[in-house]
Design a protein around this ligand. Structure first.
Ligand SMILES: C[S@@+](CC[C@H](N)C(=O)[O-])C[C@H]1O[C@@H](n2cnc3c(N)ncnc32)[C@H](O)[C@@H]1O
Length: 144
């Protein structure tokens, strides 16, 4: 959590947010440093142009409409704000090979195209490594 900032975290109504957020997160909520919303992404009750940075991981391949999701994120972000999403492409490909996602929207390039057409620029994917884990991070900057 950034100093002097209030973090906003969104969760889907099918998940139990109270179970998910324990310990440090709970303390941040009670101190007013973090706010949780239980909402579908496209209906998130966050005002437009108010969010500096967005981070999400292991999510976009579950959204029913990638462009609507990308537009929803863009709407709440301040101009010049950075969005980062992380995924493990190898694992995602394994799940996709078992036909567990609908269509091709699990592919990073499909999400990156949705970001670009929704008002993001400098959209790029980088390989990252943290200790023994290799993963991918997609970066995008909101243009308004
Ligand atoms: C595999 S979980 C990942 C959770 C967490 N980011 C992590 O990496 O542990 C996928 C998440 O996407 C969320 N999700 C899927 N569709 C959503 C939607 N339309 N709006 C908001 N959240 C959604 C689900 O609630 C779930 O928390």
């Amino acid at each position: 959590m950034l100093p002097n900032k209030v973090g906003k975290q969104l969760g889907h109504p099918t998940y139990s947010l109270t179970e998910k957020f324990k310990g440090k997160k709970k303390e941040q909520i009670s101190r007013g440093k973090a706010v949780l919303y239980c909402s579908d992404l496209v209906a998130m009750p966050i005002e437009e142009n108010t969010v500096d940075k967005v981070f999400h991981c292991n999510c976009y391949y579950f959204w029913p409409d990638l462009k609507a999701g990308a537009r929803a994120i863009h709407r709440v972000m301040k101009p010049g704000g950075t969005m980062v999403t992380a995924l493990r492409l190898d694992s995602v490909k394994k799940v996709a090979s078992k036909n567990m996602f609908s269509g091709e929207s699990w592919r990073p390039e499909v999400y990156m195209e949705a970001l670009q057409s929704s008002g993001f620029t400098d959209v790029r994917m980088e390989n990252k490594r943290e200790k023994l884990i290799t993963f991918q991070a997609i970066f995008a900057t909101a243009v308004k």
